[in-house]
Design a binder for this molecule. Structure first.
Ligand SMILES: O=c1ccn([C@@H]2O[C@H](COP(=O)(O)OP(=O)(O)O[C@H]3O[C@H](CO)[C@H](O)[C@H](O)[C@H]3O)[C@@H](O)[C@H]2O)c(=O)[nH]1
Length: 602
């Protein structure tokens, strides 16, 4: 042993192992002791035992250090502060009074909406899409990755395929509208985590990137953060491995730091890109809302535009709220669903998060976490913050003394908290659209979904699929097609409306104008019907459908469908989510499609 080892004298177990450490590891060890983490080494054995495990320990510490803005020391310091605030019961919105902000409220299909859609499609060639898909989906409990789940089971297309096909259709429509000879490829970034990374790559690889060029897709993997075992922010060790620090996900807010450190944003700015659109893993309706909301960003010049839908009180989506501080500062920001009720109660609304009796909705619009950021100002802001996002901690205490936790906790951050650090001059707005058009996530397992209070959305695989059929039916209806009324049915304990099972590929119709142009002459569709349109130039011209019709047309083919199509069609058969004889992605819906008879046009 050589050199000055006095710094380690308080920790004999570490002192004994110093000879194993590289100079960089010595620095990390010094940092850990300085930040009150001596306990990590207390049970270390002598220098000649567990050598590989000790190396792995420092490898992990180095990773935790390099993947957090400011390093592990900052993480521990931030944790100490946030844990002290939490213990003191400090309200994160102290001094702020909430009120209902005003934003753009759009009505599907009216003149304004259609203009915005066109503006949005035109802008799309300057866009970058960022999909945050590192979440495990604990509430859903599905054993695969959520991106691989079918959006609906009529076609069986999974979320990732649907997203990619939508981006490709936008890319093409945008180039066409802008009469751009050069077809600008729209980049897609996918944020993954250790829980989802390998399976996301496998899904892309085994499906040839669903038609996208592989160079268009960039994967950024987020790392987990260290767990904390007490109010002094002592890092928690794995109960089964004394050389391993327990880790948990840090939240979707990581996406900003990852994008910043990737260097991609600057490259894209130089290439003339203007918008970054963030979205989540399971919203099959989202791309129906994208063109118009991008149109809002472009025409209003918003630096930040969040998509929102009317929110039911206590629905598990944050409320977009205007916060006014006693000192005059204001900001329009998401208040997360678990914080909205206490904030309202603390500021003169004794009933907390309740519906407005007149509208039947919470007064604050619900954030669906689809954010559109203007690239230039986004880069400027990230240069200041390095992409660090305001964090929070949510320990579950054993009792009211708040001295011990039931299980280890960690700091978390959310991507929608990005505007919190923006200067007051930033243009922060939001766009509200109908839920039926814009939002149908798949988050809850059947058992929990069935317990959702009546009238609130289930956010399940069942409701997510039914929402696709409803939206497509309503859009066709608005375009003049006679669509039968839905019937009510109960699947996995959830009562839903069953509309005709109408689906189309994004290249058939991306915006309402496309639908209107392709549907003519009094078409009708009965409730038991299924319509699948897969092709570009397919016109429904006086079509009367009572059964199942599948249309597959290659890009160059012009197909015109008219007259009566009548057959036994496809029906929905009830199945139970506990019935293991069906694959999980089917039984979580509570039904399977019985394909009795169809008419197919190829
Ligand atoms: O560490 C993480 C955690 C989550 N995600 C991803 O982030 C997205 C959102 O995760 P959740 O579905 O778990 O999010 P929540 O339901 O908790 O809430 C979020 O989505 C809601 C709308 O769906 C509301 O907007 C809410 O305010 C917002 O925080 C998903 O695509 C998920 O894969 C990550 O990439 N990394």
């Amino acid at each position: 042993m050589a050199g000055d080892e006095g710094w380690a004298s308080s920790c004999p177990a570490l002192l004994e192992n110093l000879s194993l450490l590289s100079p960089q590891q010595i620095e990390l060890a010094k940092m850990l002791l300085k930040e009150g983490q001596k306990h990590l080494f207390d049970d270390w054995s002598g220098a000649d035992v567990d050598v590989e495990k000790k190396k792995a320990f420092f490898y992990q510490v180095a990773l935790l250090d390099s993947s957090y803005p400011g390093g592990l020391a900052s993480y521990i310091q931030n944790a100490k502060k946030l844990l002290a605030d939490s213990k003191a019961g400090k309200n994160p919105f102290d001094g702020f009074t909430p009120s209902v902000p005003s934003g753009e409220v759009l009505t599907f299909g009216d003149e304004n909406f259609m203009k915005l859609e066109e503006a949005g499609v035109k802008e799309a060639r300057h866009a970058i899409f960022v999909l945050v898909a590192g979440g495990l989906g604990e509430r859903l409990g599905y054993k695969g990755i959520k991106l691989a789940l079918p959006v609906e089971t009529t076609t069986g297309k999974c979320f990732l395929q649907h997203y990619i096909e939508s981006i490709l259709a936008l890319q093409e429509a945008s180039a066409k509208l802008a009469q751009d000879e050069l077809l600008a490829k729209i980049p897609l970034v996918i944020m993954t985590s250790d829980d989802t990374h390998a399976r996301t790559i496998e899904l892309l690889d085994s499906n040839s990137y669903f038609g996208m060029e592989s160079s268009q897709v960039k994967l950024l993997k987020q790392e987990k953060v260290a767990c904390l075992s007490d109010n002094d922010a002592r890092l928690a060790l794995d109960p089964n491995d004394k050389y391993k620090i327990q880790t948990k996900p840090h939240g979707h807010g990581d996406v900003h730091a990852l994008l910043y450190s990737s260097g991609l944003l600057e490259q894209w700015k130089e290439a003339g890109r203007r918008w970054v659109l963030f979205f989540q893993d399971t919203n099959g309706l989202l791309f129906k809302a994208i063109p118009a909301s991008l149109g809002v960003s472009a025409t209003k010049g918003y630096n930040v535009n969040s998509l929102a839908v009317p929110r039911k009180a206590k629905e598990a989506i944050g409320g977009i709220t205007k916060l006014t501080h006693a000192d005059g500062r204001t900001m329009v920001i998401n208040v997360e669903y678990n914080q909205l009720d206490p904030l309202l109660r603390a500021t003169g609304h004794p009933d907390g998060d309740v519906n407005d009796p007149e509208t039947g909705f919470s007064p604050c619009p619900g954030n669906i976490n689809q954010l559109i950021l203007e690239l230039g100002p986004y880069i400027e802001e990230l240069k200041k913050t390095g992409g660090a996002i305001a964090e929070f901690v949510n320990p579950k205490y054993t009792d009211s003394t708040k001295t011990a936790f039931k299980s280890s906790t960690r700091l978390e951050c959310m991507m929608q908290d990005y505007p919190k650090t923006l200067p007051p001059s930033s243009k922060v707005g939001f766009t509200v659209m109908d839920t039926w058009l814009a939002y149908a996530p798949v988050k809850n397992n059947p058992e929990d979904a069935a317990k959702v209070p009546k009238g609130n959305p289930y956010h399940s695989a069942t409701s997510g699929e039914m929402a696709i059929y409803r939206a497509n039916s309503l859009i066709l209806r608005k375009a003049g097609v006679t669509i039968a009324e839905p019937v009510k049915d109960v699947f996995n304990g959830q009562e839903v409306e069953v509309w005709p099972r109408v689906t189309w590929s994004p290249k058939w119709a991306l915006i309402f104008k496309d639908v209107k142009e392709k549907v003519n002459n009094k078409c009708s569709i009965t409730e038991k019907s299924t319509l699948v349109v897969n092709g570009r130039h397919v016109a429904l011209n006086g079509l009367n459908l009572d059964g199942t019709l599948n249309i597959n047309a290659v890009d160059g083919a012009e197909v015109k469908l008219s007259g009566v199509v009548l057959n036994k069609g496809w029906s929905l058969e009830h199945i139970d989510y506990k019935d293991n004889s069906f694959p999980e992605e089917i039984r979580i819906r509570g039904f399977k499609i019985e394909k009795v008879e169809r008419f197919e046009v190829n």
